[in-house]
Design a protein around this ligand. Structure first.
Ligand code: 5GP
Ligand code: ZN
Length: 111
């Protein structure tokens, strides 16, 4: 099982902020902003590059939950959602995850 599959299964502890049958949101262990939350599907998808018709509903569930996750985290003045893909995208954990970043004015640069 990959690291985030283990976190989704509760085998590795995490600081959870939202969980339902399909998705989990937890705080990043090495935050890069005052609020840095990771949102993952419980099913294993390696990255956004693996999204297809079959897995798209899992991704839709993430984006449906994101506004309330952001609100509950206190992100009332905007935020950023990022997903890194593969080598050039500097993806270090090969289980699809969306970074939810905020709590300050973020950099205008995205690379
Ligand atoms: P990536 O670089 O793949 O886009 O993002 C992976 C993220 O997972 C990084 O921001 C890293 O800090 C975070 N991370 C790695 N291992 C753990 C862990 O065991 N627990 C938590 N909560 N976050 C982790
Ligand atoms: Zn996984």
């Amino acid at each position: 099982m990959c690291l985030f599959c283990k976190i989704a299964a509760g085998e590795i502890p995490s600081d959870k902020v939202y969980e339902d049958e399909h998705i989990l949101a937890f705080r990043d262990i090495n935050p890069q902003a005052p609020v840095h939350i990771l949102v993952i599907p419980k099913i294993h998808l390696a990255s956004a590059d693996e999204i297809d018709e079959a897995s798209a509903p899992e991704v839709a569930r993430i984006f449906t939950a994101l506004p309330s996750i952001a609100r509950q985290a206190g992100l009332t003045n905007g935020y950023r959602i990022i997903t890194n893909v593969g080598e050039d995208g500097c993806q270090s954990v090969r289980h699809l995850h969306f970074h939810l970043l905020g709590g300050k004015k973020l950099s205008e640069k995205m690379d």
